[in-house]
Design a protein around this ligand. Structure first.
Ligand code: NDP
Length: 321
C-alpha cells in the first residue's frame, strides 16, 4: 500500500511517501479501514522530529476516516462498507488495522473530511475540560491558540460547560476566528499584554483554568494569568518543551499544575466510545463545528507539517489518501 514513512527523525523532508509498504494484518479484534482522509496533528511532528520516541521506520498519523474493508472474527459492531472514524497509529497510509474499541461509526451527514478532523483534537478538548479539570459554569477558562485546531474545539467545549472563555491569538484575523468559535473575550498578543488583559477581564482574580498548548514560550505568562487555586494544564509543545521549572513558583497562588495527554486521559475503549459518540453527536447536530484549514495530498505531508509548525494555520489540516 501507499504510506508515508519516517526512516530517520528530522525535518519535514524526512516524511517519505512509499508505494510498497505492507498492508497491516487485520487481527481477530481489528477493523481494517481503507483511509480516505487522515488528520495531521502536532504529535505527528513530534514523532518526526524525535521529540517523542518511536521505533523506526514509522508510519505517522493518529486518526483517520474511511470505509471498513474487512473485520476480524471477533468484531461485532462493524461490517465491510461501514463509514467510520478512529484513532490509532499509522494513519498516513491507505489502510490501517484498528482495534474495534477505537473505531466509531460516522453518520451519513458527517463527511470523511470532518470525520478525519475531529477525533484527536475534539477528544483532547473534552478530556482536558472534563477530566483533567472539571470545568464549571462561572469559571474563567483561558485558551491559547484559540483559532487553532485544538483551540477552537476547547473554546466550544468550555462554552458548552458554561465557562467564560478568554481566547489568545497572535493576529486580528485569528481573533475573529476565535470569536466565531464562541470565545467571549479574545486577547491578541501581538498588540496586547496578555496578563494585564486577563486581570482586567477577570476583575483581578485571574483564570480558573488555563489550557496551554503553546508550552515553552507561554509558561511564565500562564503563571501570571492564573487565579488562586487555579489549574494550569500545560498540554503541548507548539513552541518547544517547557523548561524545567522551580516548584516554588507554584506556591504564591497555590497552583495545580498538570501535564496531561489525550492517551493518558482517555485510556480505555469504553472511555473512547463514550466521548467519541458524544463528540460525533455534537458534530452531527451542529453544536460543535469543525473548521478545516486545508486538505493536502498524501505526497504533500511535508508541506502540511511545515505549515502546521509555522504557526500560521487555523483549524484542522488533513491529508487526502
Ligand atoms: P494548532 O492548530 O493550535 O497550531 C499551533 C498554534 O500554536 C499556532 O497556530 C499558533 O497560534 C500557536 N503558537 C504559538 N507559538 C508557536 C510557535 N512557536 N510555533 C508554532 N505555533 C505556535 O495546533 P494543534 O491544535 O494541532 O495543537 C496545539 C497544541 O496542542 C500542540 O502543542 C499539541 O502538541 C497540543 N496537543 C496535545 C495533545 C495532548 O494529548 N497533550 C493532543 C492534541 C494537541 P497563534 O498564532 O494564535 O499563537
Amino acid at each position: 500500500m501507499r504510506a508515508v514513512q519516517i526512516h530517520e527523525t528530522g525535518g519535514p523532508a524526512n516524511l517519505v511517501l512509499a508505494a510498497d509498504v505492507a498492508t497491516p494484518a487485520c487481527g481477530p479484534n481489528d477493523v481494517l479501514v481503507r483511509n480516505h482522509f487522515s488528520g495531521v496533528n502536532f504529535i505527528d511532528t513530534y514523532h518526526r522530529s524525535g521529540l517523542y520516541k518511536v521505533p523506526l521506520p514509522y508510519v505517522p498519523g493518529r486518526e483517520a476516516a474511511g470505509l471498513v474493508e474487512a473485520v476480524g472474527a471477533n468484531v461485532r459492531n462493524f461490517k465491510p462498507g461501514d463509514r467510520v472514524a478512529y484513532f490509532s497509529s499509522g494513519s498516513y497510509a491507505e489502510f490501517s488495522a484498528v482495534p474495534e474499541g477505537y473505531v466509531v461509526h460516522l453518520p451519513d451527514s458527517v463527511s470523511f473530511e470532518t470525520g478525519a478532523s475531529m477525533l484527536l483534537q475534539g477528544l483532547t478538548a473534552m478530556g482536558l475540560a472534563c477530566i483533567a479539570h472539571n470545568t464549571k459554569p462561572g469559571e474563567f477558562a483561558l485558551v491559547y491558540a484559540a483559532a487553532g485546531g485544538t483551540g477552537q474545539m476547547l473554546v466550544q467545549v468550555c462554552k458548552e460547560l458554561g465557562a467564560t472563555v478568554i481566547g489568545i491569538t497572535s493576529t486580528a484575523d485569528k481573533a475573529a476566528i476565535a470569536r466565531e468559535a464562541g470565545a467571549d473575550h479574545v486577547i491578541t498578543y501581538a498588540t496586547e499584554d496578555i496578563a494585564a488583559r486577563v486581570a482586567e477581564i477577570t476583575g483581578g482574580k485571574g483564570a480558573n483554568v488555563i489550557f496551554d498548548g503553546v508550552g515553552k514560550s507561554s509558561f511564565d505568562t500562564s503563571l501570571a494569568c492564573i487565579a488562586r487555586l487555579g489549574s494550569l494544564l500545560s498540554f503541548g509543545n507548539a513552541s518547544g518543551k517547557v523548561d524545567p521549572i522551580d516548584i516554588m513558583k507554584l506556591v504564591p497562588k497555590q497552583i495545580r499544575l498538570m501535564r496531561p495527554s489525550l492517551f493518558g486521559l482517555i485510556t480505555t475503549p469504553e472511555d473512547f466510545q463514550k466521548f467519541a459518540k458524544e463528540l460525533v453527536e455534537h458534530v452531527r447536530a451542529g453544536t460543535y463545528k469543525i473548521a478545516i484549514h486545508k486538505i493536502y495530498d498524501l505526497a504533500d505531508a511535508p508541506v502540511a507539517h511545515t505549515d502546521l509548525e509555522s504557526g500560521k494555520t487555523t483549524g484542522k489540516l488533513i491529508l487526502r489518501i
